[in-house]
Design a protein around this ligand. Structure first.
Ligand SMILES: [Zn+2]
Length: 270
């Protein structure tokens, strides 16, 4: 069986900025957002296949991909963007952990620095892919190119093609899905998912208006904020307010999910 590739060659072109260098391993999600532990990483098809639920690649130390240059990994993500995602993840974790013994309001506002948090998510999504030949430039495609441009230029605002949604996520397994199409009724939504306890993120690309409407309450409002600005996102504290943990990897009856199995991963404790 084909192994999930997380390592690739030692030298190659950075998945984000394209510079040729000795590549470094990026933890997805970053270490400060979760405690890295021994996990088994499977492609999505392997997790939904009841015949062979075998774990195909073991990592002793969380999910990581050797795909970034030192500047994108350590300087941009590590120093500038990840601390904001880590602080947000920890704030949501605290709410979820406390909900059983506190009578919380049903919705809580959580503060975050949206331009930093979203760049962190986008950077790790870009990192989560080992290309067949890392010495070649990452393939150019409109959604990925726009993600790279936004990530690298910290004076840029989030392009209007993107929307970012989040909700509490209580399951243990981590999910990284890239370029997923969800066909719901007659509309298709293209996007990437990053899910780990305590939060799930969905980055959509050119989402139809109806989806934007339905998802409005869960949106991280990014546009119009400066790089250092703070805003808030509403986190529902009750179980019923949130999506079931295995959405979208097991779609609703009226949905069809289209995936590229090479860039969709689920990591679980072995
Ligand atoms: Zn780079």
């Amino acid at each position: 069986m084909k192994r999930v590739a997380t390592r690739g060659s030692k030298k190659g072109m950075c998945n984000i900025c394209g510079i040729f260098c000795t590549l470094t391993e990026d933890h997805v999600p970053p270490k400060g957002s979760i405690t890295p532990q021994k996990v088994g990483i499977k492609s999505l098809a392997q997790t939904v296949d009841p015949i062979d639920p075998k774990i195909v690649r073991l990592s002793q130390n969380g999910v990581k991909f050797r795909s970034l240059c030192p500047s994108c990994n350590n300087h941009r993500l590590g120093r500038k963007f990840d601390p904001a995602l880590n602080a947000f993840s920890q704030a949501v974790a605290q709410i979820i952990r406390n909900r059983s013994h506190l009578s919380l309001p049903s919705r809580l506002e959580v503060s975050l620095q949206p331009q930093r948090v979203v760049r962190s998510i986008i950077g790790h999504l870009l990192a989560a892919e080992i290309r067949e030949d890392m010495s070649l430039a990452p393939a150019s495609e409109p959604m990925r190119d726009l993600m790279r441009y936004y990530f690298l230029d910290t004076s840029a605002d989030l392009p209007s093609e993107f929307n970012v949604y989040c909700w509490p996520y209580r399951a243990k397994h981590q999910v990284i899905f890239k370029g997923v199409g969800i066909l719901s009724g007659d509309q298709i939504v293209i996007g990437d998912f990053l899910k780990y306890f305590p939060v799930a993120f969905w980055l959509t690309y050119q989402a139809p208006d109806r989806i934007r409407e339905v998802m409005r309450d869960r949106e991280i409002s990014v546009r119009g904020n400066g790089f250092d600005d703070w805003s808030t996102v509403v986190i529902g504290t009750k179980e019923k307010d949130t999506f079931r943990p295995n959405w979208p990897e097991s779609p609703d009856d009226n949905e069809v999910m289209v995936i590229n199995n090479d860039v969709c991963f689920v990591a679980t404790a072995p």
